[in-house]
Ligand binder design. Structure first.
Ligand code: ZN
Length: 249
């Protein structure tokens, strides 16, 4: 099976459009989405409308989806995130608000192979940045692989009886990085963020898992971020949300 893995779209229509165009001719058995469809960007309704139409999709909510749809008050949010969440809630059409509110909470299992979570398999609002946080999370899922998002940082953590190994995808001037997975290991994998990358590469990031070949490929796709920035500024959203898209951090 081939899985297309998308996370942290954050109302960035130009980035999602570029990603879907990049994968248009490929076949996927499943699309898994790790939450945070909305928040930060200026296109919440077009994003929800687009994602709702995807076929063979398994999706969970993210922390921004909760706050933007009013099921969490956002008291853990910083000022910029909260301002964009309030703006997003005002913009969302009733049908999209209702659909976001009904998104399942992770972790959700997908077949025998996968679990999907937003923050960690234990807590949708918590972060996995480093190896110790990752190591402690392997006990909270049973499948060989667990996908997670939230940090906006693409990374693959592999665990066997002897050690935890970290793979940070490096594209070396290309647009993808393929990591060979080992059947004797278990994995925690973040495909990176489509709509607001934070690893210093401003291109949209997403993943493809091929469970027959046992490969995980992280792709990076250019998109016209200047257009996204213009929309954010025109909407009156906080300026740092536009500025950071150029930097990818
Ligand atoms: Zn996010």
């Amino acid at each position: 099976m081939r899985y297309l893995v998308l996370s942290d779209i954050h109302s960035n229509l130009e980035a999602l459009t570029a990603v879907l165009k990049r994968v248009r001719r490929k076949r996927f058995d499943r699309i898994v989405i790790l939450g945070d469809l909305v928040g930060y960007g200026a296109d919440p309704n077009p994003i929800v409308d687009r994602v709702r139409k995807l076929k063979r999709m398994v999706i969970i909510r993210g922390n921004h989806d909760k706050v933007c749809s009013g099921i969490d008050n956002g008291d853990m949010f910083n000022k910029v995130a909260l301002e964009s969440a309030r703006w997003t809630e005002n913009q969302l059409l009733p049908r999209n608000l209702k659909w976001l509110r009904a998104l399942p909470k992770g972790p959700v299992t997908v077949g025998d192979l996968l679990s999907i979570s937003h923050g960690t398999p234990l807590d949708e609002d918590a972060y996995i940045f480093g190896e110790i946080e990752a190591l402690n999370m392997f006990q909270y899922f049973k499948t060989p692989i667990c996908f997670f998002g939230h940090s906006h940082f693409p990374v693959v953590f592999g665990l066997d009886d002897e050690a935890l190994t970290t793979y940070i995808p490096v594209t070396n001037g290309g647009d993808n990085c393929r990591i060979k997975l080992d059947k004797t290991k278990r994995y925690l994998i973040n495909p990176g963020s489509i709509g607001q990358p934070r690893d210093g590469d401003n291109r949209a990031s997403f993943g493809v898992l091929d469970d027959k070949r046992m490969t995980m490929t992280i792709y990076r796709v250019n998109y016209p971020y200047e257009k996204t920035q213009q929309k954010i500024r025109a909407a009156g959203l906080p300026a740092p949300l536009a500025d950071r898209l150029a930097l990818g951090r």
